[in-house]
Design a protein around this ligand. Structure first.
Ligand code: ZN
Length: 315
């Protein structure tokens, strides 16, 4: 028989050992749970960071922005509707109504603009018998009985006296813009044109072309006597001090660009535009300007047509 203290000792030892073991067990369980919990947190974060949360946030952000934009749009819609006096009653077709109201607003504006343009062009009556629009080309030579009152512009150069004021205005305007314009040809008599044309033919024949070939090629750059607008006293060849060649390059100079953009304000058109060679029968001549009066000049330039097209109804 062991003494009672022996059993008490054993019991204390057992309780101690059991409590230690339990402690380890409890700790292990907690740690494992904690690890799993951490793992889950990590997983959630990694999933969230690559997909759901970011996208959700982005979507939310977009939705909020859209909502905000919608609110702004709505405010604009309502203001516009109010201005147009459209009743904004709630209806099934409220969106459609809003859209219609907006389009209606724009249509009204466009209609007004169209009308103004139409009224403008209707005011300009294209009268082929008006001296301003007198057509001179290969098919339409200058009438034999054509008479012109010439006025001297400078040196030995003359023009139809009716256009001299606009020429001075144009020269002054160019000068004010720092552009140097140099008139190198104006009125030409039939005899003068015949000399120029024959010189051209002779030059081309000297290069080995036959008379017919020379005539065909030459008449693209020097008009056949009787078919030049210069006979009318209504045409000017204009160059600039720093560029005195009559070729395409003049169109790229400051003077060439100024003339193309502004000459219509003084009644002149670029008579032989690029791309219209088949209609005019003349190469692109950025230096040759024809007087048709400011009204016609602006209309022709705005329409982007040549004189032949304009006289056929501006098409
Ligand atoms: Zn010319």
């Amino acid at each position: 028989m062991k003494p009672l203290t022996y059993y008490i000792d054993r019991l204390i030892t057992f309780v101690y050992v059991a409590s230690l073991a339990g402690g380890v067990l409890v700790c292990t369980t907690i740690n494992t749970d904690a690890a799993d919990a951490n793992k889950r947190i990590v997983n959630i974060r990694s999933v969230a960071s690559t997909t759901d949360i970011d996208h959700m946030s982005a979507d939310d952000f977009l939705l909020d922005t859209e909502k905000a934009a919608d609110k702004e749009d709505l405010r604009e819609y309502l203001d516009k509707l109010r201005r147009n006096g459209v009743n904004n009653n709630t209806s099934e077709d409220e969106d459609a109504l809003d859209d219609e109201a907006l389009w209606a607003d724009e249509d009204v504006k466009e209609d007004t603009e169209d009308k103004t343009d139409k009224e403008k062009s209707e005011e300009i009556k294209i009268d082929p018998d008006d001296w301003h629009l007198m057509l001179v080309n290969k098919q339409n030579p200058v009438p034999e009985d054509y008479e012109v009152n010439l006025a001297k512009i400078n040196g030995s150069m003359y023009v139809d006296e009716r256009i001299i004021e606009d020429i001075y205005k144009m020269m002054d305007a160019a000068s004010d813009d720092g552009v140097d314009l140099m008139i190198c040809s104006a009125y030409r008599s039939y005899d003068r044109q015949r000399v120029l044309f024959n010189n051209k033919i002779n030059k081309l024949m000297g290069q080995g072309l036959t008379y017919l070939e020379s005539y065909k090629v030459g008449s693209m750059s020097v008009t056949v006597p009787g078919t030049s607008e210069h006979h009318l006293g209504l045409a000017l060849d204009i160059l600039t001090g720093s560029y005195t060649e009559m070729d395409d390059g003049f169109g790229e100079t400051q003077a060439g660009k100024w003339l193309a953009a502004n000459s219509a304000d003084y009644g002149f058109i670029l008579r032989y535009p690029k791309g219209k060679e088949d209609i005019t029968g003349i190469i692109y001549e950025p230096w040759h300007f024809r007087y048709v009066g400011t009204e016609y000049a602006k209309d022709i330039t705005e329409r982007g047509v040549c004189l032949e097209e304009y006289l056929k109804g501006g098409l």
